[in-house]
Design a protein around this ligand. Structure first.
Ligand code: AMP
Length: 613
């Protein structure tokens, strides 16, 4: 099976990642120069198509044919975006329900542009891994609709990539932090990048993520922080140097770069100095983290409204959120972290690089699809064995643990009591021999069985587990056709720790469990013989002499007396003895039955003639 990579196809930057085999850790793949971020920019030049940093260098020279932020156009119609067109220096035209980017001589669709970015990532991965890459998991914002998702898939197809799964970005970030292993919980994913903000509330249960609510602001991000700092610098320069640089494009570019650099330094340092040489003077001043916090505080607070709206939509209070995950470069700003922590009342996850966490999570999803991480509680395999409790409390396993799903299994059972009309079905999960030591999943009854001697009914039990991990158990008595069924979710409420403990216990108790099972099986065998002998004495006791009948009763009593004890060998011995004591009676009964049907031939003769034929 060929490798599947994980791709974060971002508005500003894109990344590709994979899970390293041995360590099982997601790794973002660098280019030949060691850069992990590929700017999501494509430049169409007379000499060919450029992508990434090379394309970025064309932004000033060829603004009309250098396409950035194409993600904002994916799968959208002209009506959807016409109000945003002022943000794009390139020309966007309506075209049969979608839009096209006019490059002068030709027009390209957004998926075609995205495909160029995907192809660059694919080639990067192929060069790094030394093998062809044909499959990918690609992330999209949680709020992407069907056509935006479809456009993303189309982009993959054009790039020669089979997009095996589209994953929501907040889900990917949660996967990167291993939160799919949570038994159940609510996760808030706060994503503040360069130009966009979104917050998503997810519910995770049994490895499945559900988006409860999402809100955001598609025009709010770290670039706005930079702009706020630049405005402050412009004022300060005017006050100190009596110069207004706001109309000097080159100076503004200098200020913007200096402001971003200072902002980034102040994420780790309390203060920093800015030195910007201009033609007429050199601007030099110290700026503190508190200064910047004063400038961007309003912007940070503007992200809290969408968080509260998302909570309200999901019908949740901040205290209902179990985990908070930070995504996007701007979440490195200490004030952002503080505000998020205050709102949700818990420390957010921030150990992973917030620029890489979505790509890393896409790689985790890819690895899960490849069949890796089989030791984790995922829907792709059964974490514990599934079976039915049978006579004496023994478990009969139908689906062993670590079976890949979907799967099905079938087994035949019977009754243990004469005339039994109802069979209790008990579905259990676990690795122990006895049902009482396993996890009880469900109980149901199969009733309406026609009266038959014990052992006669044929009860077919079928386990069917679908791709979502839902187990359907059906029990059917084949002679009467009576059936009953139940549906359960075996991973419901099961944590990885539970699974580990249950597997460990099965080793710890292995010997005792096997002994207990053998004892019960020996008793079951004794019970079957006792039932048969009692029935035989009732139906055909007079076929043998009184002393023989007495001998059978003695053997029966001896077995009944030891049957409840713990001496397995003794029970077995007495069972064999009772069987032997009734051999003659059994033969007489068989003769009598055959006489009725076939006349006067003895059973032995019939057997012999059949053997001769
Ligand atoms: P993203 O869109 O997720 O790549 O985020 C890019 C934004 O994160 C830009 O506005 C960057 O200036 C900002 N950023 C990156 N690193 C830092 C940092 N250490 N402190 C503050 N902002 C940062």
């Amino acid at each position: 099976m060929s490798r599947i990579v994980g791709i974060d196809l971002g508005t500003t930057n894109s990344l590709v990642a994979f899970v390293e085999g041995t360590a099982g850790l997601p790794r973002v793949i660098p280019d030949a120069e060691g850069r992990t971020l590929l700017p999501s920019i494509v430049a169409f030049t007379p000499d060919g198509v450029l992508v990434g940093d090379a394309a970025r260098r064309q932004l000033v020279r060829r603004p009309e044919s250098t396409v950035y932020s194409v993600k904002r156009l994916m799968g959208r119609g002209y009506e959807d975006i016409k109000d945003e067109l002022c943000y794009f220096p390139y020309k966007v035209l309506p075209c049969e329900g979608i839009v096209k980017i006019d490059l002068g001589g030709r027009a390209v669709t957004p998926p075609e542009v995205s495909a160029i970015i995907l192809k660059a990532l694919r080639e990067r991965a192929e060069a790094y891994l030394g093998e062809p890459v044909e499959k990918a998991v690609v992330t999209v914002p949680a709020y992407f609709n069907d056509s935006q998702r479809q456009a993303t898939k189309d982009a993959g197809r054009i790039a020669g990539l089979d997009v095996v799964r589209i994953v929501n970005e907040p889900t990917a970030a949660s996967l990167a932090y291993g939160l799919h292993r949570l038994e159940a919980g609510v996760i808030a994913v706060y994503d503040l990048g360069g130009g966009t903000f979104d917050v998503s509330l997810l519910r995770v249960k049994d490895g499945v993520f559900e988006v409860l609510a999402t809100h955001g602001n598609t025009r709010l991000g770290g670039d706005d922080f930079d702009r706020a700092i630049v405005l402050w610098l412009l004022d300060d320069i005017r006050a100190r140097h009596d110069a207004y640089l706001g109309r000097d494009a080159e100076a503004m570019q200098e200020l913007r770069l200096a402001a971003e650099a200072a902002k980034i330094r102040l994420s780790s340092d309390e203060r920093t100095t800015l030195t910007i040489p201009f033609d007429a003077f050199t601007y030099h001043r110290e700026i503190t983290r508190a200064d910047v916090e004063g400038l961007v505080g309003r912007l940070v607070d503007a992200t809290l409204g969408p968080c509260r709206l998302a909570l309200a939509d999901a019908g949740l209070a901040p205290a209902d959120v179990d985990e908070v995950v930070l995504v996007g470069g701007s979440t490195r700003v200490p004030l952002v972290r503080r505000r998020v922590q205050e709102l949700f009342g818990r420390t957010p996850h921030s150990q992973l690089n917030p620029d890489e966490v979505v790509a890393a999570g896409a790689a985790v999803q890819a690895h899960i699809l490849e069949g890796g991480f089989t030791n984790m509680l995922l829907l792709d395999v059964t974490p514990l064995s599934l079976g039915i409790e049978t006579l004496g409390g023994i478990v009969s396993v139908l689906v062993p643990r670590n079976t890949t799903i979907p799967t099905s299994a079938r087994e035949l059972f019977t009754t243990s009591v004469d005339g039994q009309a109802v069979v209790d079905m008990h579905v259990v999960q676990g690795e122990r021999e006895l049902a009482k030591d396993c996890r009880s999943l469900a109980r149901f009854e199969l009733g309406g069985i026609a009266p038959m001697p014990a052992g006669m009914p044929k009860i077919e039990v079928v386990f069917l587990i679908d791709a979502n991990g839902i187990l359907q158990v059906t029990a059917k008595e084949l002679r009467t056709g009576k059936a009953a069924a139940i549906e359960v979710k075996p991973t419901y409420g099961l944590s990885e720790a539970d699974v580990e403990r249950m597997v460990e216990d099965s080793f710890a108790y292995a010997e005792a469990d096997v002994e207990a099972r053998l004892l019960i099986e020996t008793r079951n065998e004794a019970d079957t013989v006792i039932t048969h002998v009692e029935r035989a004495l009732r139906q055909g006791g007079e076929l043998v002499a009184a002393d023989e009948r007495a001998a059978i009763r003695r053997a029966l009593e001896e077995l009944t007396r030891v049957r409840g004890g713990a001496d397995r060998d003794l029970i077995h011995e007495r069972t064999v003895a009772l069987n032997r004591a009734t051999e003659h009676l059994a033969e007489r009964m068989m003769d009598a039955a055959l006489k009725g049907a076939l006349g006067s031939k003895r059973a032995a003769e019939i057997m012999a003639s059949r053997g001769d034929a």
